[in-house]
Design a protein around this ligand. Structure first.
Ligand SMILES: Cc1ncc(COP(=O)(O)O)c(C=O)c1O
Length: 397
């Protein structure tokens, strides 16, 4: 059995109405808002020069989101920007005038009343929402799927959220939260995926992720030829693909979407061939908790079917090798602490370049000595004990 299954994107294009969400002007607004946070700094782009040589690439650079706001993952960019947009709307303000200070002001609280934020999460998104609620002094209710580790639950509880682990998978937790919100007055569901009638907030969340894409594009220098992005519901992958398509319309990078093989809703949807989506059910077993989603976000799916080059489904040990390679770099290269969801993109790249069984895929993606590759390490060691068990103790799960 191959460790990577691949489907080149041959899907019929749509009218592509969502890519415009990720235009460069909106990205600048998101970045300006995030810059108003006291915790803001541009996360590093690790230039792995020796690794590029070893893999046979012109360059490989990894955006290291373990440095994001002290939260060890990129996700807070989305939830915080969605809350800002929601608040601006309620207060009759332009989002361009919104700052962190303004959002926490007494005047804003008076306008918004006793707001409750709700979300379902496999870890990082909910932590970002809980952090935002805590910073702003709002109530927060978070539901997590079965199999979530205690460390991830505690990260959210520390932000004062009312958090529970449910006997359900991620997609069912999303439905539980949406139903619960109906019973709570003055509440808002801050969910990182869309469904019929619920598009505004997930679109803002994706726009919030543009801060990461914009920083990376500016740090990268030349235009990347390839971008590897891992997907859960696909909001992040869609945001990155959309942003680069808008920023470089003449020569957009090839975007390669990677997922764990047992939660590969994008890959399975791509296999259908007509643009319709496939839902993956069950326990969505994978080491990559943040990628354990069985249903695509229809907004980002529409962007990806127009702008992604390929959809890959990985065995977990591809990701584990990526984690280890980033953790123990070639001498002279910087280290990137990359967690079980963060290292999937780089792991896929390494396997494609190093393993003979992937030669055809390497050729199909036109990866070689002229390739300039951007990867996103979207989380650090968000569950430190598990991370150390994998890196130090050789555990595979
Ligand atoms: C670390 C990490 N990377 C990537 C993703 C995937 O993002 P999305 O669900 O938008 O596809 C997640 C989602 O939780 C995540 O936590």
């Amino acid at each position: 059995m191959k460790k990577i299954l691949a489907e080149m994107n041959r899907l019929p294009e749509t009218e592509d109405r969502y890519t415009e969400l990720m235009n460069v002007e909106t990205a600048a607004v998101a970045e300006q808002y995030h810059r108003s946070f006291p915790q803001y700094n541009v996360t590093p782009l690790a230039d792995l020069k020796r690794m590029a040589e070893y893999l046979g690439l012109e360059c490989v650079k990894v955006k290291d989101e373990s440095y994001r706001f002290g939260l060890n993952a990129f996700k807070v960019l989305g939830g915080s920007f969605a809350v800002a947009n929601f608040a601006a709307g309620k207060a009759g303000m332009d989002i361009r005038d919104m700052t962190f200070e303004r959002l926490r002001s007494e005047e804003m609280k008076a306008k918004l009343g006793g707001l409750t934020l709700l979300s379902a999460t496999d870890g990082n998104h909910g932590r970002g929402v809980a952090w935002t609620a805590n910073q702003l002094g709002y109530r927060c209710i978070i539901k997590m799927p079965a199999g979530t580790t205690d460390a991830r639950l505690e990260n959210i509880r520390r932000e004062q959220a009312e958090v529970t682990i449910e006997n359900a998978n991620y997609d069912d937790c999303v439905r539980m939260v949406a139903a619960l919100a109906e019973t709570i007055g003055n509440s808002v569901v801050v969910q990182d995926t869309a469904w019929a009638g619920y598009e505004e907030i997930p679109a803002w969340i994706m726009q919030g992720y543009a801060t990461m894409a914009k920083e990376a594009a500016e740090q990268f220098g030349a235009v990347p030829t390839h971008i590897f992005v891992q997907a859960g519901v696909g909001s992040m992958a869609g945001a990155v693909a959309g942003y680069f398509a808008r920023r470089y319309p003449e020569d957009p990078p090839k975007v390669i979407v990677v997922e764990p093989v047992r939660a590969a809703c994008h890959y399975e949807s791509a296999l259908r061939g007509d643009g319709s989506t496939a839902a993956v059910g069950g326990t969505l077993e994978t080491i990559s908790a943040g990628l354990a989603c069985g249903e695509v976000n229809p907004i980002s799916w529409d962007i990806l079917r127009n702008h992604a080059a390929a959809f890959l489904a990985l065995e977990d040990d591809v990701t584990v090798r990526g984690m280890r390679m980033l953790s123990a770099p070639l001498k002279g290269d910087p280290q990137v602490v990359s967690g079980e969801s963060g290292a999937a993109g780089f792991g896929a790249l390494a396997a494609i370049m190093l393993d003979e069984e992937n030669r055809e895929l390497r050729e199909a993606l036109q990866l070689g000595p002229d390739s300039r590759v951007l990867c996103f390490s979207t989380e650090g060691d968000t569950d430190p004990e598990r991370y150390r068990n994998i890196i130090w103790n050789g555990l595979e799960k």
